[in-house]
Design a protein around this ligand. Sequence first.
Ligand SMILES: [Zn+2]
Length: 165
Amino acid sequence: MTPGSTQNPTLAEASQAALKVLSQNPAGFFLMIEQGDIDTANHAGKYNQMIACSADLEQAVAAVIDYVNQPDDDIGWDNTVLMVVADHATGYMRLNPGVVLGSGELPEGGDVSYGTAGHSNELVHLSITGHMAGALSACEGREYPGTQILNNTVLHSFILRAAGL
Ligand SMILES: [Zn+2]
Protein backbone atom coordinates (compact mmCIF):
# COMPACT_ATOMS: atom_id res chain seq x y z
CA MET A 1 0.00 0.00 0.00
CA THR A 2 1.08 3.56 -0.67
CA PRO A 3 -0.10 6.07 1.94
CA GLY A 4 -2.00 9.06 0.65
CA SER A 5 -0.26 11.24 3.18
CA THR A 6 2.51 10.86 5.69
CA GLN A 7 1.55 14.01 7.55
CA ASN A 8 0.83 13.89 11.26
CA PRO A 9 -1.55 13.45 12.92
CA THR A 10 -3.31 10.52 11.31
CA LEU A 11 -6.96 10.88 10.38
CA ALA A 12 -7.83 8.66 13.36
CA GLU A 13 -5.85 10.91 15.73
CA ALA A 14 -7.39 14.05 14.27
CA SER A 15 -10.84 12.49 14.63
CA GLN A 16 -10.24 11.61 18.27
CA ALA A 17 -9.00 15.14 19.00
CA ALA A 18 -12.08 16.66 17.34
CA LEU A 19 -14.39 14.37 19.32
CA LYS A 20 -12.64 15.26 22.57
CA VAL A 21 -13.24 18.97 21.99
CA LEU A 22 -16.72 18.84 20.44
CA SER A 23 -18.10 16.41 23.02
CA GLN A 24 -17.70 19.10 25.66
CA ASN A 25 -20.77 20.85 24.22
CA PRO A 26 -23.79 19.81 26.34
CA ALA A 27 -26.09 20.56 23.38
CA GLY A 28 -24.38 17.90 21.27
CA PHE A 29 -22.38 18.26 18.11
CA PHE A 30 -21.99 17.37 14.43
CA LEU A 31 -18.65 16.21 13.09
CA MET A 32 -17.85 15.47 9.45
CA ILE A 33 -14.60 13.63 8.82
CA GLU A 34 -13.35 13.29 5.26
CA GLN A 35 -10.66 10.99 3.92
CA GLY A 36 -10.27 13.07 0.78
CA ASP A 37 -7.18 11.27 -0.48
CA ILE A 38 -9.33 8.32 -1.65
CA ASP A 39 -10.75 10.63 -4.29
CA THR A 40 -7.32 12.00 -5.19
CA ALA A 41 -5.88 8.49 -5.57
CA ASN A 42 -8.71 7.40 -7.84
CA HIS A 43 -8.39 10.55 -9.96
CA ALA A 44 -4.77 9.51 -10.54
CA GLY A 45 -5.64 5.84 -11.11
CA LYS A 46 -3.45 4.87 -8.15
CA TYR A 47 -5.14 1.75 -6.82
CA ASN A 48 -2.53 0.94 -4.14
CA GLN A 49 -2.83 4.47 -2.78
CA MET A 50 -6.63 4.25 -2.78
CA ILE A 51 -6.45 1.06 -0.71
CA ALA A 52 -4.08 2.70 1.81
CA CYS A 53 -6.38 5.72 2.07
CA SER A 54 -9.36 3.42 2.59
CA ALA A 55 -7.44 1.70 5.41
CA ASP A 56 -6.79 5.16 6.87
CA LEU A 57 -10.53 5.82 6.79
CA GLU A 58 -11.23 2.46 8.40
CA GLN A 59 -8.89 3.36 11.28
CA ALA A 60 -10.65 6.70 11.72
CA VAL A 61 -14.07 5.02 11.81
CA ALA A 62 -12.75 2.52 14.35
CA ALA A 63 -11.49 5.43 16.48
CA VAL A 64 -14.93 7.05 16.38
CA ILE A 65 -16.60 3.78 17.37
CA ASP A 66 -14.15 3.38 20.25
CA TYR A 67 -14.92 6.92 21.37
CA VAL A 68 -18.68 6.31 21.42
CA ASN A 69 -18.15 3.00 23.24
CA GLN A 70 -16.17 4.62 26.07
CA PRO A 71 -17.97 4.16 29.38
CA ASP A 72 -18.61 6.88 31.93
CA ASP A 73 -19.73 9.66 29.59
CA ASP A 74 -23.00 10.83 28.08
CA ILE A 75 -22.14 9.64 24.59
CA GLY A 76 -23.59 6.33 23.48
CA TRP A 77 -25.39 4.74 20.55
CA ASP A 78 -28.77 5.89 21.88
CA ASN A 79 -27.82 9.54 21.18
CA THR A 80 -25.22 9.20 18.43
CA VAL A 81 -25.57 8.39 14.76
CA LEU A 82 -22.55 7.32 12.76
CA MET A 83 -22.85 7.47 8.99
CA VAL A 84 -20.08 6.44 6.61
CA VAL A 85 -20.71 7.38 3.01
CA ALA A 86 -18.97 8.71 -0.07
CA ASP A 87 -20.24 11.91 -1.64
CA HIS A 88 -19.51 10.39 -5.07
CA ALA A 89 -17.40 7.76 -6.79
CA THR A 90 -14.28 8.48 -8.82
CA GLY A 91 -12.47 6.61 -11.56
CA TYR A 92 -14.98 3.93 -12.54
CA MET A 93 -12.54 1.25 -11.32
CA ARG A 94 -13.28 -2.30 -12.36
CA LEU A 95 -11.66 -5.72 -12.06
CA ASN A 96 -9.91 -6.72 -15.25
CA PRO A 97 -11.56 -9.54 -17.20
CA GLY A 98 -10.59 -12.95 -15.90
CA VAL A 99 -9.62 -11.80 -12.41
CA VAL A 100 -11.40 -13.95 -9.85
CA LEU A 101 -11.26 -13.11 -6.16
CA GLY A 102 -12.28 -15.15 -3.17
CA SER A 103 -14.32 -13.76 -0.31
CA GLY A 104 -12.39 -11.05 1.51
CA GLU A 105 -9.57 -10.94 -1.06
CA LEU A 106 -8.37 -7.62 -2.45
CA PRO A 107 -7.16 -7.37 -6.02
CA GLU A 108 -3.52 -6.55 -6.72
CA GLY A 109 -2.77 -3.29 -8.50
CA GLY A 110 -2.55 -4.96 -11.93
CA ASP A 111 -5.95 -6.61 -11.44
CA VAL A 112 -7.92 -3.40 -11.91
CA SER A 113 -8.44 -0.75 -14.56
CA TYR A 114 -9.84 2.74 -14.36
CA GLY A 115 -12.46 3.95 -16.83
CA THR A 116 -12.04 7.68 -16.22
CA ALA A 117 -9.84 10.15 -14.38
CA GLY A 118 -12.94 12.03 -13.28
CA HIS A 119 -15.85 11.59 -10.95
CA SER A 120 -18.43 8.98 -11.88
CA ASN A 121 -22.12 8.55 -11.25
CA GLU A 122 -21.90 5.08 -9.73
CA LEU A 123 -23.94 4.28 -6.67
CA VAL A 124 -21.97 4.55 -3.44
CA HIS A 125 -22.33 2.53 -0.27
CA LEU A 126 -23.79 3.96 2.92
CA SER A 127 -23.26 2.46 6.35
CA ILE A 128 -25.17 3.78 9.32
CA THR A 129 -25.48 2.78 12.94
CA GLY A 130 -26.81 4.20 16.16
CA HIS A 131 -29.60 6.63 16.95
CA MET A 132 -32.47 6.50 14.44
CA ALA A 133 -30.53 4.35 11.96
CA GLY A 134 -33.71 2.38 11.30
CA ALA A 135 -35.51 5.56 10.21
CA LEU A 136 -33.10 5.95 7.32
CA SER A 137 -33.44 2.30 6.34
CA ALA A 138 -37.18 2.91 6.07
CA CYS A 139 -36.49 5.39 3.24
CA GLU A 140 -34.79 2.74 1.06
CA GLY A 141 -36.43 2.18 -2.29
CA ARG A 142 -38.78 5.16 -2.22
CA GLU A 143 -37.58 6.47 -5.57
CA TYR A 144 -36.51 3.05 -6.86
CA PRO A 145 -39.01 0.47 -5.59
CA GLY A 146 -37.63 -2.96 -4.89
CA THR A 147 -34.10 -1.67 -4.24
CA GLN A 148 -32.16 -0.46 -1.20
CA ILE A 149 -31.24 2.73 -3.03
CA LEU A 150 -31.59 6.05 -1.21
CA ASN A 151 -31.64 9.42 -2.87
CA ASN A 152 -28.75 11.39 -1.31
CA THR A 153 -31.05 14.33 -0.64
CA VAL A 154 -32.71 12.19 2.04
CA LEU A 155 -29.54 12.41 4.12
CA HIS A 156 -29.94 16.12 4.80
CA SER A 157 -33.41 15.79 6.28
CA PHE A 158 -32.39 12.65 8.17
CA ILE A 159 -29.45 14.42 9.81
CA LEU A 160 -31.70 17.29 10.89
CA ARG A 161 -34.23 14.84 12.37
CA ALA A 162 -31.53 12.83 14.14
CA ALA A 163 -30.20 16.06 15.66
CA GLY A 164 -33.68 17.01 16.82
CA LEU A 165 -33.78 20.09 14.56
ZN1 LIG B 1 -12.58 14.47 -6.94
